[in-house]
Write a protein that binds this ligand. Structure first.
Ligand code: 2SA
Length: 835
């Protein structure tokens, strides 16, 4: 028996490793003990049974450990050479993939966390200076305020390092930020007097939770959503471009009825857009209620201040939703909601990646190659679907991380434990792998080339798929035993074009039916696939519309089949029935416009708007472009966030949008608008309002009461129909993307709808004029005016670019007039699609 020994003097004085080279002689059979904590089979010998001399020790450094594990450089040079770099980073996000994910770094890194903490601490001091009861913190001079804001805007990497140095002493990361700010302000004569009001009445988590919320919100708005949108747009384009490209579909991996490639892509585009919208609906929340969520410290110092209100104002001024029911921490439930929603998006994308992988494998797609790139190191002919594989792999990694965050974060012992602190530092990992996966999928999509010949070959080999339509037509004409006859034709035999033809010709069917079947090929038997791909824009807007209406709680659970059919109709259903060619009738009912709408506009005021403008800026010193980007995008998350892919903004692109083209009675609303104006934003606003009118019409017919909130037959409280209409119209305007401000008779404060000022519109409306007479079954209506830009105050009816009303009577009509287009035009809501 012999043992080889290995030694290393680097870590400990000397360590030894023994490996058993042969079994011990039977006479020395040891008392055998298996130590499962070691990953090898070690035998402990009784020390009395033999002496150390029985062991033959070879003291050599060429031991099994050092020769097998390739870490010599690191070991010899020490960690000195292994400072963090692209090559030494433990996480591939920070190494290999850094360039693809670095946009997240200003938000999701430790720098980002410290930056947002600095921002929250300073904004809180500024807020304190505005509270009249806190006389100890007087209003700051403009110069002092600018100095404080400058600490946020100019926050640099050196500043962050200084905070880290302070943390080495405090061993408390939030306290380090407070000390940093005090140090920065101690020489400012005005601010120096109120240094103790930094972090006033706060617990660290007041600062942390808002910082985390801002990190997430700004990172999603500034980085993640835009890439998700690009991805959805790329898949929409695949759908559009291949709307009519027939493809054999496969269920259970077996040839099934044909489809089109575009329609299969449309399914993914629609799924991803819906989920992307779901993500955007998550409310990003914040708390600011002190050590255990009750404002104890606040009230002890200033009992007469309405602290819960102040906290609400403060949280909302940062563009977050206020959470009043908290412990020391905001309970992170919204984070779980957000991460789970992202997981669903990622899972849909995994499904997409795998399908495309499969289609590439079937050679339905080729991939463009770049000179110099290697497909496979050993098989030169190959081009592997590596982008989709990378995407799938990273989505799995992302979901693992996000799933842990979603499951862990809502759990905190009693009023808090600190387990969330270290876990929250990993939010960037989940978002980073997601971002990388989206970019890889995009890269893969850009390389795809449809191989129509290959697609066609498979269809040509699959004439048996026509068994389904032949059988179905036979059933319609009562041909006996259609299934059995087809089974006889198709099972176990090669079905060809000729055998199918022969079979059809032998059937007893009317001539038209026979001709139809004889015309059919696997290439043309695609059902509604082409239309489904081509109407993807509408499908996506229907999804968005569902979400709009989904905000009304009763709707989701109590939709009737009639209700469903309302939703299923496309916005093509507004059908032109008359054109009042009178200049004076131009704005619908001018008197109404002047009184109802203009009054409403005159009564508008702005408080909600100014709060939005206080959205925080992003870390500028890392990414100078972040500031404007995040400011612009900060309206994306929360109540105003929505998505319409660019393609859905294309309105009848093939149609003539010239103003000189007259529209005809009988045009659909969309056709009319496309001819009447070239302003796509205005078209979008008017189409979205049309969508809302359609649903209001249904609600007016079916809502259980008119004037007041009431309880329906399910026992749920329902909104009064006028409030329902009000909410629907606001939602529709938000989703138009082109509405800047809106106000209504019910909500006269200007509401920021998130659209642009330049090129956008502002809308004032009476949601349901005459709502009190709904139950007496008189006609009622919606009236609205559209003004250019962001002006709803100090404007007149004559400044409108469009005015319209929806009339809900025995028929539902949409009457509208456009400033630069003669006449007043009436559209009827049809029950069926346009014939
Ligand atoms: O406002 C407070 O601090 C109240 C305190 N609770 C705390 N709240 C927030 N942070 C705290 C808390 N306690 C410690 N720390 C500091 O958190 C840091 C934890 O470090 P890591 O685990 O690496 O994330 C690390 O820097 C810790 O020092 C309480 O007693 O309830």
């Amino acid at each position: 028996m012999e043992f080889a020994s290995s030694s290393s003097s680097r870590v400990f004085n000397r360590t030894h490793q023994f490996s058993l080279l042969s079994t011990p002689p039977p006479s020395q059979k040891p008392s055998s003990l298996f130590n499962p904590s070691l990953n090898a089979f070690f035998i402990r010998f009784s020390t009395t049974s033999f002496s150390p001399r029985d062991l033959s020790c070879k003291s050599t450094l060429r031991d099994t450990t050092t020769t097998r594990i390739a870490t010599p450089k690191m070991a010899e040079n020490g960690v000195r050479d292994f400072e963090l770099s692209n090559l030494t980073a433990l996480s591939p996000l920070d190494g290999r993939y850094w360039n693809k994910v670095k946009d997240l770094s200003p938000y999701m890194s430790e720098y980002g966390l410290i930056y947002y903490r600095v921002l929250v601490e300073i904004k809180w001091l500024l807020k304190l200076s505005q509270i009249p009861e806190i006389t100890e913190v007087p209003n700051f001079s403009e110069e002092a305020e600018a100095y404080l804001e400058g600490l946020i805007d100019g926050f640099s990497m050196d500043d962050a390092l200084e905070v880290k140095n302070i943390e080495k002493v405090t061993n408390h990361d939030v306290k380090a930020v407070e000390y940093f700010l005090k140090k920065k302000c101690q020489s400012h004569p005005e601010i120096a007097k109120v240094l103790e009001f930094f972090h006033f009445a706060c617990t660290s988590e007041d600062i942390n939770n808002l910082a985390h919320a801002l990190m997430l919100k700004e990172a999603m708005n500034g980085v993640v959503f835009p890439v998700m949108d690009k991805l959805i747009e790329a898949i929409c384009k695949l759908a559009e471009d291949n709307a009519s490209t027939p493809m054999l579909s496969r269920t259970h991996g077996q040839p099934a009825s044909p489809t089109t490639l575009g329609k299969e892509m449309a399914v993914f585009a629609a799924r991803l857009s819906e989920q992307r919208h779901e993500i955007s609906q998550v409310k990003i929340k914040g708390k600011f209620a002190g050590a255990v969520g009750n404002y104890n410290a606040h009230f002890s110092a200033y009992p007469s201040v309405n602290w819960p209100l102040i906290a609400k104002e403060f949280v909302e001024s940062l563009g977050l939703c206020f959470n009043p029911y908290v412990t020391q921490i905001e309970p992170h439930d919204y984070m779980a909601r957000l991460f789970h929603a992202i997981i669903v998006f990622n899972t849909i994308l995994i499904d997409f990646d795998r399908d495309i992988w499969g289609y590439i494998s079937l050679a339905y797609f080729k991939q463009t190659t770049k000179a110099g790139e290697i497909g496979s190191s050993t098989m030169p002919h190959k081009v592997n679907p590596i982008d989709f594989e990378n995407s799938e792999g990273n989505l799995g990694k992302a979901n693992g991380n996000l799933s842990h965050l979603g499951e862990k974060l809502p759990v905190s012992r009693w009023q808090r434990d600190l387990t969330d602190s270290t876990v929250l530092r990993n939010m960037g990992e989940g978002l980073g792998h997601s971002l990388l996966a989206y970019k890889s999928a995009l890269q893969g999509i850009a390389k795809l080339q449809v191989n129509e010949t290959r697609l066609s070959e498979d269809l040509n080999q699959s004439w048996e798929v026509l068994a389904e339509p032949i059988q179905t037509v036979m059933r319609r004409y009562s041909v006996p035993e259609p299934y059995e006859k087809l089974k006889e034709l198709t099972r176990g035999r090669a079905v060809t074009k000729d055998s199918i033809k022969e079979f059809i010709e032998g059937l007893e069917l009317p001539k038209e039916a026979k001709d139809y079947l004889l015309e059919l090929t696997p290439h043309t038997y695609v059902g509604a696939a082409i239309e489904l791909s081509k109407t993807l824009d509408i499908a996506i807007s229907l999804i968005l519309k569902r979400t709009i209406f989904g905000v009304e709680p009763n709707l989701a659970t109590h939709t009737t089949s009639e209700d469903e059919s309302e939703f299923g109709k496309s916005n093509m259903l507004w059908f032109g029935i008359s054109d009042y060619r009178s200049e004076f009738a131009k704005f619908g009912h001018p008197a109404k416009m002047e009184t109802g709408i203009a009054c409403c506009a005159r009564g508008a005021y702005l408080p909600g708007v100014s709060q939005h403008s206080k959205a925080p800026v992003s870390p500028q010193s890392i990414s100078p472009s972040c500031s404007s980007r995040s400011l612009k995008s900060s309206s994306l998350f929360g109540e105003t966030l929505r998505f319409v892919p660019r393609s859905s903004l294309k309105v009848s692109k093939a149609k003539n949008s010239s103003l000189v083209t007259r529209c005809e009675i009988g045009d659909s609303l969309e056709e009319f608008l496309t001819k009447a104006t070239s302003d796509k934003g205005l078209i979008r606003v008017l189409m979205c309002m049309g969508e809302a009118l359609r649903t209001i019409a249904f609600k007016v017919r079916t809502a259980s009461c008119g004037g007041t909130a009431c309880v329906n037959s399910f026992g749920d409280e329902q909104l009064a129909v006028d409030m329902l209409a009000n909410n629907l119209l606001f939602e529709a305007l938000t989703y138009s993307h082109f509405c800047k401000y809106a106000c209504s008779e019910e909500v006269p404060e200007l509401q920021d709808m998130g659209g642009p000022t330049e090129g956008g519109f502002s809308v004032a409306f009476d949601p349901l004029d005459g709502s009190s007479i709904v139950d007496t079954n008189f006609s009622v209506g919606t009236i609205f005016g559209v003004w250019p830009g962001d002006k709803l105050t100090g404007v007149t009816g004559r400044d409108q670019v469009a005015a319209a009303m929806g009339v809900y009577g025995p028929r539902t009509t949409y009457v509208l007039a456009l400033k630069d287009y003669p006449g007043t035009h009436e559209f009827l809501l049809l029950d069926e699609g346009v014939a």
